[in-house]
Design a binder for this molecule. Sequence first.
Ligand code: NAD
Length: 426
Amino acid sequence: MTKPVTFAICGCGNRGLQAYAPYQTKHPEIMQIVAGADNRPERLAMLRESYGVAEDKCFASAEELLEQPKLADVLIIATQDRQHVPQALKALEKGYHLLVEKPISPSLDECRQLLEKAHETKRAVVVCHVLRYTKFYAALESMLRRGDIGKIQTIDAVEHVGYWHYAHSFVRGNWRRSEETSPMILAKSCHDMDILRWLAGEKCVRVQSFGALDHFRAENAPEGAALRCMDGCACRDKCLYDAEKLYIESPRCGVRRFGDNWPCNVLVREPTEEKIREVLRTSPYGRCVYHCDNNVVDHQTVSLEFENNIHATFTMTAFTELCRRTIRITGTLGEIEGDMAENKFILRRFGQPEEVIDLKAVTSEFSGHGGGDGGLMENFCQLIANGGTEGLTSVDASVESHVMALAAEASRVNGGKTVVLDEFQG
Ligand SMILES: NC(=O)c1ccc[n+]([C@@H]2O[C@H](COP(=O)([O-])OP(=O)(O)OC[C@H]3O[C@@H](n4cnc5c(N)ncnc54)[C@H](O)[C@@H]3O)[C@@H](O)[C@H]2O)c1
């Protein structure tokens, strides 16, 4: 490779600056960030300070950046869910290749518009389905394609969101209201729909889904709960979700253990205990989890049928200690159980001793979505440098995962009615 691929970033928030930009620090020979846009001046300051982007290439909005002549080979779109497609369409017209955060959009029409424009302009458009780039799912897919368990019959996948992660993102945080961002099954689990489609190897034909927002509701608030944790709430000692407990003390997400990392750095730049306490007095993250304006489900199940007669189930639940994904696949010759937190599989070929496959023995690249964030950047930079347009996954496949998620949501809100995907897409 002779010169680095140049990048502009629209939306220098958690994903733009914490998931993708750091690839430049590791691989300056492959990636160079030359421009960025965000409506928060402090995020643009971080872009300048950490990545050396010139002041006159920092813009107050994606729209302003897109008014300029083309500034880079690639545009990363890491703004909020409902902003992606209008920005992406404009960027494709300008000639950028795109790395677009998932979900593409909660509107099926907008997903289709992006698909059409990507084909028309012949630019690379990669949606950030980071799980495809993890060692875990890559190893699983290889085992299945190799036929280790024969023809696949069933897949059962579970997304354990983690009680504290759910409270942070889906009760107090950005993704708490489906009409402002996306329904939960799209926001969090379009990754899982994408993985199920990839592993099944054929199209999904029918889905059925149930789910509800059961727990994080006002009627479940303990007696005496205040509207904000720091306002002398009488229930603090017993409450799992007390904001100070979570963001300061928790071994899962507190600043004492995680310092300047997600999720505390979403609350405040360079978080300390003092800064967190201060911000919790007024920020949405200091609200009582039973008195928020959230409406997305806290658990949901989906049943899926694929063209090749594979049947799958998927469960998303807030109510788990760890954030992880687990999967169990049965086939005509054996079965596989996998745990992404452990990066481990148990392979049972029928009639033979079981085999434990521990990916930790072969790699240590598991940071950022199990290594998916870095893997995606590596694959994408190579793709652009080599003049390709289709990497490990295509925008067509990404749209399919979104159709599955939106169809599941349509089923859920209709009391679990079966949705035929061909009819749903019209
Ligand atoms: N691939 C994944 O696994 C994954 C994980 C988490 C989130 N996401 C998705 O990534 C996207 C970004 O999420 P995030 O956690 O980084 O959110 P964030 O709020 O931290 O970042 C979004 C940024 O966009 C900026 N912004 C808003 N309007 C803008 C505009 N008009 N022009 C330029 N910047 C603007 C905001 O100021 C903010 O800094 C969302 O769509 C989210 O659903 C993907």
